[in-house]
Design a protein around this ligand. Structure first.
Ligand SMILES: O=C(O)c1ccc(O)c(O)c1
Ligand SMILES: [Mg+2]
Length: 604
């Protein structure tokens, strides 16, 4: 289907917006009037620029406060419309969006509204222009899409149709099934926006919090399915007012937008039983490895050894060490300047298929810088730059990345308390949280859980867990929502089957590696749950959900990375989010203590 986007959805000057939108592969744009008004480009120049970029001008908008006014106001409104028709002719635009009136002048009279819109459509026809009438969710008298349609039907003019906007329909809780009663040729335009569920004034919600389909809570695939049932053949057009997108890089936002439309088109095709435009996701079955970039002389190796990891190999061509314990594998790549998570290996049943899926959703495929004998690497870049490698570890049907490491002792990897990587938590750059969530959902087929807000002593963290349906691959995305002091930490959570023994061993041998937990936490825990007193003694954190229980502990931070050790019991599905504020405060306290120690002993 044709894909378009309103210029209001991305940042920059009109020229910059058009360039970014074209680069992301859109077919057309809705020109937002304000973007034209403030542009030094004439309408003719905008038209030429769009044409050169391969973009059609699918809509010009908005035209406000037109219908159902007293006769004296009508004359002025028609004069205003004539001026806009002239601008549209210079732009080469043939569709004008008229949104339902919010004016105190408007009269609650559908027949009058229909009569005046008919007049407008007749005038528009003289310029080869059509009118798409949209019900704003906060329109004075017309705020339901079926009400706008009734007026359009009453007006009965070939140059008058309706514009459906998912936000206005779904924000009011209207049932989109009613769309199917509108003939497709009378749906002149379809605007799409998602939004997080927020209980607030609908105008503020619309103007600041709209997001791309798949980033909010609305069922856009369902709505699009109803619209396609009408026989609508016009564009899928994104119209997103969002405070973050207004300041983010236009190129990046446009790609995010296009990824969301492709995923939406796929979801709608699956609902309708038609052929999806892209191959299905190949769902990873777990982590093959986590790769940390570390400086040449770095204590992370000591931390791994203390946790029971064993160095089992060194890369044949690069300064990379492989550390293993059970099925948990960590690579230390000595090319960084502070320890940071650089890459994740994801176990895929079909690595080439994983890359194809990612490519079809516009993810950059990484070049394979490899020596002739190295294993084939299928890798892409996640939006935050983390490299994702699709692996088939030691399967007879595929080459394995582990073949590049020597010596790798035969037989089972070293056993300790740790069995595998339970989850990885990635902190996302500001304003890119929704983009990341859409990426992991679309590309890897992970299911997002609800966003949580976690208080930090100096701000607020937003956190969203995502996992494969069977829970074999779990990730957590974090973003610093408020407050500038937050450090972009990443963490690797390691699963073990006897955390009490592991904690006891660590506490005895390496007490300085464990993040201290305040006594107040245990007083509260004892009030909430009947838990054994040894949790306090061992510094273990505890949580439970309707399925089971969770015990965990944290190491101190090395560079930007820390480790968590977790034990799930009885099908616990969460990530210990209830304890995250305690962890964040403890990390700040630990960091502050370390810097004061360093301040008194500058030689250390
Ligand atoms: O917020 C607004 O005023 C506005 C204008 C035009 C639209 O198409 C819309 O959905 C909202
Ligand atoms: Mg709209």
């Amino acid at each position: 289907m044709r894909k378009s986007i309103a210029t209001v959805s991305v940042s920059g000057t009109l020229a910059e917006k058009l360039t970014a939108i074209s680069a992301a592969g859109f077919d057309g744009v809705e020109i937002f009037e304000n973007d034209l008004l403030v542009s030094p480009l004439s309408p003719e120049e905008v038209r030429a620029r769009a044409r050169d970029l391969g973009l059609g001008i699918d809509l010009y908008q908005p035209f406000r406060d037109f219908e159902a006014v007293p006769g004296d106001v009508l004359a002025g409104n028609l004069r205003r419309a004539e001026r806009k028709f002239e601008v549209m002719e210079r732009l080469g635009a043939t569709l004008l969006l008229v949104c339902s009136s919010v004016s105190p002048d408007a009269i609650d009279d559908d027949e009058l509204a229909a009569e005046q819109l008919r007049l407008l459509a007749e005038r528009a026809a003289g310029h080869g222009i059509r009118i798409a009438y949209e019900a704003l969710a906060w329109g004075r008298h017309v705020n339901e899409y079926l009400h706008a349609w009734r007026i359009v039907r009453m007006a009965d003019h070939p140059n008058l149709g309706t514009c459906l906007d998912s936000f206005h329909i779904l924000s009011r809780g209207s049932d989109p099934i009613g769309i199917e009663a509108i003939p497709g040729e009378k749906v002149f335009f379809l605007q799409l926006a998602d939004a997080p569920l927020l209980a607030m004034d609908v105008l503020q919600w619309s103007r600041h919090y709209r997001c791309f389909p798949g980033q909010g809570t609305f069922d856009l695939a369902g709505l699009v399915t109803h619209v396609l049932e009408t026989g609508y053949t016009g564009p899928l057009s994104l119209e997103v007012f969002n405070d973050g997108f207004r300041q983010a890089d236009a190129g990046r936002t446009s790609l995010d937008a296009m990824r969301s439309l492709i995923a939406l088109e796929e979801a709608a095709a699956r609902r309708r039983g038609t052929t999806p435009p892209i191959p299905p996701p190949v769902i990873p079955s777990g982590f093959a490895f986590a790769e940390l970039s570390v400086p040449a002389a770095d204590p992370t190796a000591e931390l791994l050894a203390a946790l029971g990891f064993v160095r089992t190999g060194t890369h044949t061509g690069k300064p990379v060490e492989l550390w293993e314990q059970g099925q948990a594998r960590i690579l230390l790549n000595a090319t960084g300047d502070e320890p940071a998570l650089a890459a994740l290996g994801l176990e895929s049943p079909d690595p080439a298929g994983s890359v194809k899926r990612a490519e079809s959703l516009l993810s950059p495929v990484l070049p394979r810088h490899r020596a002739p004998r190295e294993a084939r690497l299928d890798a892409i870049a996640a939006p935050d730059g983390t490299e994702l490698f699709f692996c088939r570890t030691e399967h007879p049907d595929h080459s394995s990345w582990t073949d590049d490491f020597r010596p790798r002792p035969e037989g089972a990897p070293p056993a300790g308390g740790i069995t595998h990587i339970d989850h990885v938590a990635l902190t996302q750059p500001r304003h890119h949280f929704d983009e990341a969530a859409l990426f992991y959902r679309g590309v890897l087929g992970l299911r997002p859980q609800e966003s949580l807000e976690v208080p930090d002593p100096y701000g607020l963290l937003r956190s969203k867990a995502m996992s494969s349906e069977d829970g074999a691959l779990r990730m957590v995305l974090n973003i610093n929502q408020v407050g500038a002091q937050h450090i972009p930490w990443q963490h690797i959570a390691l699963a073990c089957d006897d955390i009490v023994t592991t904690a006891r061993r660590l506490r005895a041998a390496h007490p300085g590696l464990l993040l201290p937990v305040p006594a107040n936490y245990y007083d509260d825990l004892a009030a909430r749950y009947d838990v054994p007193p040894e949790l306090r003694e061992l510094g273990l954190l505890y949580d439970r959900d309707e399925h089971g229980e969770f015990l965990h502990l944290y190491t101190i931070t090395a560079g930007r990375v820390f480790f968590e050790i977790v034990q799930r019991a009885g099908g616990y599905q969460g990530y210990g989010a209830a304890n995250a504020p305690v962890r964040l405060a403890a990390q700040h306290a630990w960091g502050a203590q370390r810097s004061s120690r360093m301040a008194v002993t500058p030689s250390a």
